[in-house]
Every structure is written in structure tokens, then in C-alpha cells.
Ligand binder design. Structure first.
Ligand SMILES: Cc1ncc(C[n+]2csc(CCOP(=O)(O)OP(=O)(O)O)c2C)c(N)n1
Length: 380
């Protein structure tokens, strides 16, 4: 059977909301404008600062992987506006359910750098206490977090709290059954959940056209959920769109679906080589829509940023990168048997068996150079 690859046929039919164009011009949008009335010079420059800092984090973490200090890293290069704009709309009491790519979201939400890096260094099962920052730890199973977010949001509704859950997902995730089940439940129970889909155009090597024959946000109304398509490289528009969805959720309006149209400029992870499946011109087209460049141009033209301001932001970003490198390299190696700790609350026979097998495996190295203390006890 021939596989059909196609671009989303209805792309042009759906309005893509935008507030700052790729050349840095502020444009109006009837739906979004009311949600950013309060955004002043300080807020705009802080949005820019956040994007510069998370890009710097991303570059440093990618370098650390290349230097063998972390096992794997999923770059967010190009998706800074989607991550910053959305998380800045999230309130303290709201709960975030990310994928593995929302390391910028995690940083801005308050997760500490050793925690962010620990999982990718292979030193920690989980990098932070979800209840300390109201953000779940990275989800590797594609789409599973949308179920968690919907269930959590149903809980919020049952408790009568004024809060929301937000699930981050990719365009590829929309092909997963979990996502569709979540949307059915969210609509049926009017759960205060926001589905925030970053359409970065690729699910590893599969293009978005293979995931959906229509714009991704265009599917949501079929579930009874309003869908909004926003320019995911426009941080102001993303902030406004997420505030729109958050207001609906918190005021009893039920779920919303946002498709932030963005682009993954780097590889899927540091283990991937995108030159094998995507053309160079595509990357060039998206480089011209860089999320940092457009806000920088806007701020410079509006006199809200100057060379001294830029230098200060760059220095902040370099300081965070140095802190990240230091934190990452100095994460202590865990005691090997601790891999079995904190998996289940109660004893579990399968885990008990695996623990014993692993203990024997480690013991088989006894007496060999470098065997050290590895066979000692169990931390579970
Ligand atoms: C259930 C499941 N199936 C397959 C995979 C392997 N996998 C990891 S990432 C990925 C693509 C995800 O693409 P997308 O949802 O668009 O998110 P992106 O990585 O582009 O941010 C796949 C198929 C997985 N982790 N989980």
C-alpha cells in the first residue's frame, strides 16, 4: 500500500492569531488584544529575557551532551516563545503536565537546574518534587500526560477550586489514542484543562501532514472543545491565547485546545539527525521567523531595549548557563541499587525479582577494577 503524505489541507482556512509579526511589527487581534492590555514595557522585556535565558540553557545542555556529560537532551531551539508565553499565563495553583521538551517551562516554573539536568544525566528517576512547583516531571510516553491533566482537572472541578491543569503535547501526540480519550473526557465533564499543542512540524521524522489532514486545532471542535491556532513564535500572542484558555477553564468554561504553530529548529533529540529527513530550505524559512529576533526587533524599535539592556540580559543568560554546567557536572552519582527506590509505595514481586537480579549482576563485577562499592545494599 502506498503511504500518503500530505500537507494539512485546511491550513489556510483556519485563522492563525498573531500580535507581533516576523518582522517585529505589532498588529491587532480582536480576540487576543484584551488579554494583553496590562503587558507593559517591563513585562515585554522580561518575556524577552526569559526566552534568551532558556535558549542559553538549551545551548549549554546540548553542549553538555556532546561532551558526554548528559546521556540525551531534547532541544527546544525555536520553541522558546511557545514555552515562555504559555507558562507565563499559568498561575501558582494551576498544575502543569509537560512532555520531555518543556525544560524551558520547568525552569521558568521554578524547577532547579540540578533537577532539570539530573534525569538527562541519568542520575535521577525524577528531577523535582511535582508538588513543590505544581508541575509533573517529564513524560516520555507520548500523550499520556493529557490523561493525567484531564483527570487532575476533573478533580479540581469536583473540589470546586478556581484553577486549571495544562497539558503540553506535540503534533505527533495527536495521533495517540490517549490524547483523544482525554479530549472526550475533558469535554464530557467540562474539565478545566488546557491542551497546549506545540506543532513543531515533526514527530521525529514524521511530518505534521501525516498526523492530521486538517489543522490540529481544527479537530478540537469535533470533541466540543474550542480550538485556537496561534503563532507559536510570537510570545505575546501565545501569552494572550493561553490567558484566553485559562480564563475559560478557571471560570467554569471547560477545556480549550491551543495549537501553537512553531518549529523545532534542532534535532528531535541529540540522538537524532534531521538532515536525513528534512530539507534545508524549510529550516531557512523558519529561521526568518525566529521567536527571539522578532521581539528583539519590536523592543529595539519601540525604544524599550538598547545595547546596555541586551548586554545585561546576555550576562544573566551566561550566568545561568555557568550555573547549569556546574550543577550538572556535580550531581552526585547515585548508589546503583537506589534505582529501585520510590517506584511503588508497597512491595511488588516483579520489582523484588528485578532488584535481586540486578544485585547479582552487580556482584558479578566484584574483584574487578572499578567495582568499588556497587554491590552494597539497597536503598529501597
Ligand atoms: C507511546 C509512545 N510511542 C512512541 C514513542 C517514541 N517517541 C518518542 S518522541 C516521539 C515523537 C513525538 O512527536 P511530537 O508529539 O510531535 O512531539 P515533539 O517530540 O516533536 O515535541 C515518538 C514517536 C514514545 N515515547 N511513546
Amino acid at each position: 500500500m502506498t503511504q500518503t503524505r500530505h500537507e494539512p489541507t485546511g491550513q489556510a482556512a483556519m485563522k492563525m492569531h498573531q500580535l507581533i509579526t516576523a518582522d517585529g511589527t505589532r498588529v491587532g487581534d480582536e480576540l487576543l488584544d484584551p488579554f494583553v492590555q496590562d503587558v507593559d514595557e517591563n513585562t515585554l522585556t522580561s518575556l524577552y529575557r526569559d526566552m534568551v535565558v532558556i535558549r542559553r540553557i538549551d545551548v549549554e545542555a546540548t553542549a553538555l551532551q556532546r561532551q558526554g556529560q548528559v546521556a540525551l537532551w531534547p532541544p527546544m531551539l525555536g520553541q522558546e516563545a511557545s514555552q515562555v508565553g504559555s507558562v507565563r499565563a499559568v498561575e501558582k495553583d494551576d498544575f502543569i503536565f509537560p512532555t520531555y521538551r518543556e525544560n524551558g517551562v520547568a525552569y521558568i516554573r521554578g524547577a532547579k537546574l540540578p533537577g532539570i539536568m539530573g534525569t538527562w544525566r541519568g542520575n535521577m528517576n525524577t528531577g523535582w518534587d511535582p508538588y513543590e512547583v505544581n508541575m509533573a516531571t517529564p513524560q516520555i510516553i507520548i500523550g499520556a500526560q493529557t490523561l493525567h491533566a484531564t483527570g487532575y482537572a476533573m478533580g479540581i472541578a469536583m473540589e470546586g477550586k478556581e484553577a486549571m491543569a495544562i497539558a503540553y503535547l506535540g503534533d505527533g501526540a495527536t495521533s495517540q489514542g490517549d490524547v483523544h480519550e482525554s479530549m472526550v473526557f475533558a469535554a464530557s465533564f467540562q474539565a478545566p484543562v488546557v491542551f497546549f499543542c506545540q506543532n513543531n512540524h515533526w514527530a521525529i521524522s514524521e511530518p505534521v501532514g501525516l498526523q492530521s489532514a486538517v489543522p490540529i486545532a481544527g479537530r478540537a471542535p469535533g470533541y466540543g472543545i474550542p480550538g485556537l491556532q496561534v503563532d507559536g513564535n510570537d510570545v505575546l500572542a501565545v501569552l494572550a491565547a493561553t490567558r484566553w484558555a485559562a480564563r475559560r477553564a478557571r471560570s467554569g468554561g471547560g477545556p480549550s485546545f491551543i495549537e501553537a504553530v512553531t518549529y523545532r529548529m534542532g534535532p528531535h533529540t541529540t540522538a537524532d539527525d534531521p538532515t536525513r529527513y528534512r530539507g534545508v530550505t524549510e529550516l531557512e524559512e523558519w529561521a526568518a521567523k525566529d521567536p527571539l529576533d522578532r521581539l528583539r526587533t519590536y523592543l529595539l524599535n519601540a525604544g524599550m531595549l538598547d545595547a546596555a539592556g541586551e548586554a545585561a540580559i546576555a550576562a544573566d543568560a551566561d550566568a545561568v548557563a555557568a550555573e547549569l554546567r556546574d550543577a550538572c557536572i556535580n550531581i552526585p552519582d547515585p548508589e546503583p541499587m537506589s534505582a529501585f527506590a520510590d517506584i511503588y509505595v508497597d512491595a511488588h514481586p516483579v520489582l523484588d525479582r528485578e532488584r535481586e537480579q540486578y544485585r547479582r549482576y552487580l556482584a558479578s563485577f566484584a574483584g574487578q577494577p572499578g567495582a568499588g562499592h556497587q554491590v552494597q545494599g539497597s536503598a529501597s
